[in-house]
Design a protein around this ligand. Sequence first.
Ligand code: SAH
Ligand code: SF4
Length: 374
Amino acid sequence: MLWWGYTFRVTYSVMYFEGLGVFAVRKEFLQVLERAGRLKELNGDDLAVLIGADREEGAALFSLADKMRCRYVGEDVHIRGIIEFSNYCARNCLYCGLRKDNAALPRYRMSPQEIVASACQAAGLGCRTIVLQSGEDSFYTAEILSDIIFRIKKDLDVAVTLSVGDRSREDYGIFREAGADRYLLKHETCDTQLFSALRPGTFLEGRVKRLKWLRELGYQAGSGNMVGLPGQTMETLAGDILLMQKLGVAMAGIGPFIPNKQTPLAGEPGGTLDLSLKTLAAARLALPNVHFAATTAMDTVHHRGRAKALKCGANVIMPNMTPARYRDSYLIYPCKAGLSDTPEESYAGAVKTVESVNRGISTDCGHSLVGNRS
Ligand code: SAH
Ligand code: SF4
């Protein structure tokens, strides 16, 4: 007992956190949290301490991240409607069900008319941003895709985000000229070796280069990473946050890796909601004015995953606007939340989630607050 008391005195502090009660937290943790609250720069070790929070420390971390979110990006949540328009992919990412070698997956492509009609439906429901996502599918040439973007921007008062993977600088320029506002290209992991092992034939350098191009072209660039990848450590996750800081991203998606039986990573344990939320909260402290999504993957690993994310740093939610008949073929990972929902149901579900945490819905497009717009 005496030994315990001694350890307690040297290593821990008893703290009262407003609204949370009294907690015993590591002194080291408290020091980092206190510095984060004063917006001091956090290095990799600091971020690893935050991400490694235990249960009680986690509650304090989430509480501060929630306060920072409120102070820097406000109370309203941005709803971005996502249209998964093609599940064809030329890549073979080890973690993803859309990988080229997954012969068990029925493939589909939406026609330009269908994509524009889905965008109209999403805007009609209230989405002020349309996210167009697909595998790396060269069927959609720069000409075809830019025509789709142009038609959406011409007819609807929405922002357009693209998430179609690696393309040439020239293509990115054409999409931007057609009216695309944002581009989401997750760096997935900052570990260069792990990146190339998981994404055969590609390099982290290539992603970083593209994220720089996107910013140069005037896009609001978004990145992000998966949590719980095989071989990943707390330091890797801290490095993911530092990389996003260095890249000056306007938005980010952080979510658990969910193993898919139809991929080489079928037997891996995958990421937990808890570690994903801690990574998200630490990222909010390091990047206070970035838009962070409460990701669908979080809802897939826990039925209240997105609601919890909204309470520890997230301010964006992305209901699925893909027509019901295509949804179960966009199987990046299994048991995806809301798989059988219609766009109307997905939108209503997102609104319900936002309301369940007593937050409002933004009526604007939710452009970047980071200041990297052209
Ligand atoms: N082809 C594009 C966009 C579609 S993939 C691209 O790769 O950028 C969209 C995202 O799905 C990826 O960025 C990745 O982070 C996520 N993803 C893929 N497989 C996943 C899995 N098994 N678990 C969780 N997220 C996954
Ligand atoms: Fe294709 Fe993207 Fe999946 Fe990789 S993560 S296989 S690029 S859809």
